[in-house]
Design a binder for this molecule. Structure first.
Ligand SMILES: [Zn+2]
Length: 343
């Protein structure tokens, strides 16, 4: 959008949208955005921001493409699933075909307390394209501490939630959901399913708010919004700031400080990874019932719960420690844990 060259035809219609305009497009072109997770929500977000002409988009994801991703993860194709391509690489390929000025940067890794500050450095906004609560609470801690806006999105089944977090204005994630529930309590896309229209609704609202925050956040009233693609209902839920919030009020950032405690550990030579998350212990009866309902073969072995899901065997201990047999890749194991136990 420099003044000297020919008019930029590519963004003509977008710039004609008065609230954006030439100056807004220029701001997008100067923006750097971190997208955590490029699967379902992340795919729609990445595509929306690339097509909108955001200057730099940093992509981070730890997983590989699988066939069961294809009905809702818009950047991936059969070929990526057949070859088990890392999601960030497949995303780079698909986004590259769109063209345009966006500079893409890809990181195939698990976003944890040591990686996140580095990835988010210099970013104007962080977008939640993840499928797990631990990463979202970590993102909330970092963004509130560093004063970076971020936009939460969550989807399961036919509906989902969106919350823009603008530090210093409106609620943070912990104002609304003080603590994450114990593992296995909430439905996940693997236990309760998910459909693309719900993903599209949630991610499109996130993308719209992303443009708004990058271009002109003043006047935006942050609120938790629920969108349901099956009932056709949209609800704006009350979401004021909680003065007693330990994060944005008390400036406590336990997910950032916890650091290595939540790391997965590959157990040498056993094709097994141990995953342990800080927080409440799971209710194994409930976890077992939910996994069974989702088609897993589940049995109790004394205090332990064993479940066969996909090509993995999960052994869940009463304290929540979980062994995932069938991989020695920690990122893969974390992804399996989050899919099935909803950490
Ligand atoms: Zn808060």
């Amino acid at each position: 959008m420099t003044g000297t060259g020919p008019p930029d035809r590519r963004f003509e219609r977008q710039v004609r949208f008065a609230p954006l305009g030439e100056s807004g497009q220029q701001r997008l072109a100067e923006s750097r955005v971190l997208l955590v997770g490029v699967g379902a929500l992340g795919g729609v977000l990445a595509q929306s921001l690339t097509r909108a002409g955001v200057g730099q988009l940093v992509l981070a994801d730890r997983d590989v493409v699988e066939e069961s991703n294809l009905p809702r993860q818009v950047l991936f194709e059969d070929r990526h699933a057949a070859e088990g391509v890392p999601k960030v690489e497949a995303a780079l390929e698909s986004l590259g075909r769109i063209g345009g000025p966006t500079r893409l940067e890809a990181h195939a890794l698990h976003v944890d307390a040591s990686e996140l500050p580095r990835l988010a450095e210099g970013c104007d906004l962080v977008l939640d394209g993840t499928d797990n609560l631990a990463t979202r609470y970590l993102v909330n801690d970092h963004c509130v501490r560093a004063g970076i806006p971020w936009i939460y999105g969550g989807v399961v089944g036919g509906a989902g939630l969106v919350l823009p977090v603008l530090p210093g204005r409106g609620p943070c994630l912990r104002c609304v959901f003080r603590e994450p529930p114990p593992p296995g309590t909430l439905p996940t896309c693997d236990t309760a399913g998910v459909v693309l229209p719900a993903v599209g609704l949630v991610a499109s609202l996130q993308a719209g708010l992303a443009l708004r925050v990058l271009v002109e956040p003043d006047g935006l009233e942050p609120a938790l919004v629920e969108l349901d693609a099956w009932s056709g209902e949209v609800r704006r839920l009350r979401a004021g700031r909680d003065e007693a919030c330990p994060c944005c009020g008390g400036r406590e950032f336990p997910w950032l400080e916890r650091g290595d405690a939540d790391h997965a550990v590959s157990l040498c030579g056993r094709n097994t990874v141990q995953v342990k998350r800080t927080g409440a212990a799971p209710d194994l009866e409930r976890v077992g019932a939910r996994l069974e309902a989702a088609g897993a073969a589940v049995r109790r072995a004394g205090p332990l719960l064993r479940a066969e899901v996909e090509e993995f065997v999960l052994t869940v201990f009463p304290d929540g420690r979980t062994l995932i047999e069938g991989t020695d890749d920690c990122g893969r194991a974390e992804a399996v844990y989050d899919r099935w136990l909803g950490g």
